[in-house]
Design a protein around this ligand. Sequence first.
Ligand SMILES: *[C@@H]1O[C@H](CO)[C@@H](O)[C@H](O)[C@H]1NC(C)=O
Ligand SMILES: *[C@@H]1O[C@H](CO)[C@@H](O)[C@H](O)[C@H]1NC(C)=O
Ligand SMILES: *[C@@H]1O[C@H](CO)[C@@H](O)[C@H](O)[C@H]1NC(C)=O
Ligand SMILES: *[C@@H]1O[C@H](CO)[C@@H](O)[C@H](O)[C@H]1NC(C)=O
Ligand SMILES: *[C@@H]1O[C@H](CO)[C@@H](O)[C@H](O)[C@H]1NC(C)=O
Ligand SMILES: *[C@@H]1O[C@H](CO)[C@@H](O)[C@H](O)[C@H]1NC(C)=O
Length: 540
Amino acid sequence: MIAYLHLWLPRLLTLTLLLLNLARSQNLDTIETYGSKFFFSDNGTQFFIRGVIYQQVPSDDEQGSVATNLARASADDLYVDPLSDAASCQRDVPYLQRLQTNVVRTYGIDPSKNHSQCLEEFANAGIYVLVDLPAPGLTIGNKNPVWNDALYDRYTQVIDAMHNFTNLLGFVVGDNVVQGIGQDDAGPYIKAAVRDLKAYIRQKEYRAIPVGYVSDIIQGNSNVIDPVSKDAWQYLNCGNPNETIDFFGGNAVSFCKGSSYPSSGYKNATGELSNYSIPTFLAGYGCSNGHERSFDEIKAIYSRTMTSVWSGGIIYEYFKQGPDPGYGLVSVAGSEVSILSNFADVSTNMAFVTPTGTSSASYQPSNTAASCPEAGATQLPPNPRAAVVSAGISSTPSTPSTPSSPSATGSSQLPQPATGGLSTGAKAGIGVGVVVLILLLAAILFVLYKRKMAKAKRKDGTKNGDQWNKNELAADSVDREARGYNHMAASSPRAEMEGAMLDREVAADRPIVEAPGDSGIRTEMPTKRASVSAPTEISQ
Ligand SMILES: *[C@@H]1O[C@H](CO)[C@@H](O)[C@H](O)[C@H]1NC(C)=O
Ligand SMILES: *[C@@H]1O[C@H](CO)[C@@H](O)[C@H](O)[C@H]1NC(C)=O
Ligand SMILES: *[C@@H]1O[C@H](CO)[C@@H](O)[C@H](O)[C@H]1NC(C)=O
Ligand SMILES: *[C@@H]1O[C@H](CO)[C@@H](O)[C@H](O)[C@H]1NC(C)=O
Ligand SMILES: *[C@@H]1O[C@H](CO)[C@@H](O)[C@H](O)[C@H]1NC(C)=O
Ligand SMILES: *[C@@H]1O[C@H](CO)[C@@H](O)[C@H](O)[C@H]1NC(C)=O
């Protein structure tokens, strides 16, 4: 047996490197949904979105028509894939970091392009991507909705292109498409798409990537909930879970300078969605109705009052583009980035947000899915792929050849065993090396096993873990305590204070604006508040 050690050694070495690599490539953890919240898969910490829309219009689009229409995904114009140009991602990462961004949402990507470098840049900066599936001209449509072969191809191609990135947060199947939930409205078409795309993800054995829907939740400048949007979020959440969305994102542009939690409609929307059974967040926020923007809504969005219902929000938008005044936090020209005035409003407000939420281990989802509205369609359009197959039309096979598995790749790359005689000393050295390697392997396998078990435990919903032996449980909880699992906020008294202050303002329904008579230097205000007014407010 000893004689064959020199044959095992290279294999063991390769296997060890492979496992180490596996462990390292997981450094940006996937996000999963559980109940009405998002969690880091590995450690069960709740995940809050601090996002920004990230999509530039084609530079020759002077009128900005694509910028305005892309959200509705109905323009015929070409679009710029924001995740395929490594140089621009690299250029923007430092600015996204200054904005405390951990999610970028894209309205349209080109699945034929290579997104590895951008996704890696973002992963290194702790940034996830939320990817809309439609493209201009390739959308389900709100007037004469379709769910056809072309759309199925487009949407599944985007899924194929993005599924393997651990910092992919999820897919958006449509934005503001649903104008009704009756048999001929877009509602059932969106639901059919969700059904088929979730089935596709399962069939391809991708991870359970969330698939969701977005719409405008508040009417114009008012505090009034859009009834069509409410119908949609309830309808898309009701019935067979194989057909329902995994998250709902609300666009809300009603919180302007001088608005308050109630007057913006945020309070209304929070009440409406407080019993919703899946995660919800603001999918496009920032006053965009002709009034002045101050981004004071950030204080409300990340207050305890709102984070008990919402998982944060996504700002509309990163790039300034289209006709003036336009929106945007920066303007870019080639490799140059210029910061615009709202950039400071966002970054100073964001500097104080530290929502803590709950952990998946201590969270018991209690909200139940909506019951299906009477008026809602009960029959969904068919799977277009199934229709094509049954009509006998030959099409490209829906199951491309499966990618080679890591183990297959691994074994084909094993180095050739060394041949020829070895000295006794070399053999002894190999012996020691093997023992070290085996110990190392055992340690790595143990760590991976523990991670997997911890994950499986949460998946099980086993909070108190009857079926786990006591020793393991005790070790696990000590581990968590040691990592500060339940004491995250304690490490940041200043953030805690600021958080408490925001909550008091939100709870008291006071306008979240600076006191009258302030100098109007908006970028300075949050700092001043933190150092001057916070202690007095706290001691009240
Ligand atoms: C994408 O580009 C990266 C390098 O930036 C390369 O390593 C990778 O193989 C490419 N992926 C595909 C599918 O071509
Ligand atoms: C998925 O990602 C892993 C590592 O991150 C890589 O080894 C594997 O080849 C990828 N698979 C596909 C199908 O791209
Ligand atoms: C909430 O919205 C409804 C209509 O959807 C409106 O009548 C009501 O005034 C709003 N309430 C508050 C407290 O904003
Ligand atoms: C959901 O889909 C799975 C897998 O296809 C199936 O086994 C299950 O019965 C479906 N559930 C319902 C309620 O239709
Ligand atoms: C949630 O509350 C709203 C408003 O109070 C109500 O219309 C809706 O039916 C409730 N949904 C569920 C699922 O209970
Ligand atoms: C959980 O993991 C995430 C991402 O890796 C990290 O940001 C967070 O701080 C971790 N939480 C704890 C309590 O360690």
